[in-house]
Design a protein around this ligand. Structure first.
Ligand code: 13P
Length: 291
């Protein structure tokens, strides 16, 4: 069943867990993620990248994912990830996204606030005050859609070069934006980590005591499960995965395509392996984050 993103997250946090969110570029992956969630009996979040949403087919994908959420046996939310373009945001919401990460994290502080407020105002003006808004404070290194191993520019101990969230700004930022969830930069990066990921738990802890809204950890691919399970205790209720899911699907396609080509151009069979790969990864992330 379709559910509000903030409610899925709140109910997971109440149980000491976080909800995994997975970037879906296609319907096969999304179906696999929802199947894994249904088998685990847990809610899940389907993320759509802004570059996907900026295309007509991307908007059709959002509508299809919304249908998938409606028909699911567990709570599912569809979120437009990392968006700053108002036209893309409004189109994605009209297509079926029920939540948006209004991402002004690359902008100066006041402009970041102004972006989130503008998104809220435009949605409210269109009768869509129900759309759940996540905002981001601090900047994550790396690319959201591609992984070159360039993600960890910050040194393992400090990571200052990637723009850690300034915890002193958190209270004001949340009050001024009215954000319902806050994505933070605490040593996490999009894409691949060059070395061992070193999350700055003391920064996360400091952020957690300054706001009551749930926190979001992006760039979870590559962070060991024993680290991720510590996050809900610091009010991290949503954990975003993309790279590891993508890597698994691509590896599967690489190893399986020739055999399925030889097997009578068997696309059905290949899609089944694609499903298995995405579903296995989603199931492992759900199990990792569940208490
Ligand atoms: P990774 O690609 O590092 O898993 O990050 C995903 C993400 O944060 C999507 O918003």
């Amino acid at each position: 069943m379709r559910a509000r993103l903030d409610e899925i997250v709140a109910s997971a946090l109440q149980q000491g867990s976080a909800v995994p969110a997975f970037t879906c570029y296609d319907f096969t992956t999304a179906m696999a993620v929802v199947s894994a969630a249904e088998e685990s009996g847990r809610g899940v979040i389907l993320l759509v990248a802004p570059k996907t949403a900026a295309t007509p087919n991307g908007l059709r994908l959002i509508t299809a994912l919304r249908g998938l959420a409606d028909a699911a046996a567990v709570p599912v939310s569809v979120q437009l990830d990392h968006a700053s373009d108002l036209d893309v945001i409004l189109a994605a919401v009209a297509a079926g996204a029920d939540s948006v990460l209004a991402d002004g994290s690359s902008l100066p502080y006041e402009d970041n606030i102004a972006l989130v407020r503008q998104v809220r105002a435009e949605l409210t003006a269109r009768g869509r005050a129900d759309v759940v808004l996540e905002a981001e404070l601090g900047g994550l290194a790396g690319d959201e859609d591609r992984a070159f191993g360039e993600g960890a520019e910050g040194d393992a101990a400090g990571n200052d070069s990637i723009g850690l969230t300034d915890s002193a700004q958190v209270e004001d930022f949340v009050a001024q934006t009215g954000a319902q969830l806050l994505a933070v930069a605490v040593g996490n990066v999009h894409g691949k980590y060059k070395g061992k990921p070193e999350l700055r738990w003391e920064v996360l802890q400091d952020i957690a005591v300054r706001t009551h809204i749930p926190l979001v950890l992006h760039g979870a691919s590559g962070i060991p499960g024993e680290e991720l399970v510590k996050a809900p205790a610091m009010n991290v209720g949503k954990v975003n995965f993309n790279t590891e899911l993508r890597t698994g699907v691509l590896s599967t396609l690489e190893t399986e395509t020739a055999a399925h080509r030889a097997d009578g151009e068997n696309l059905q069979g290949l899609l089944a392996r694609w499903n298995d790969s995405a579903k296995d990864f989603a199931a492992s992330a759900l199990a990792m984050l569940t208490r």
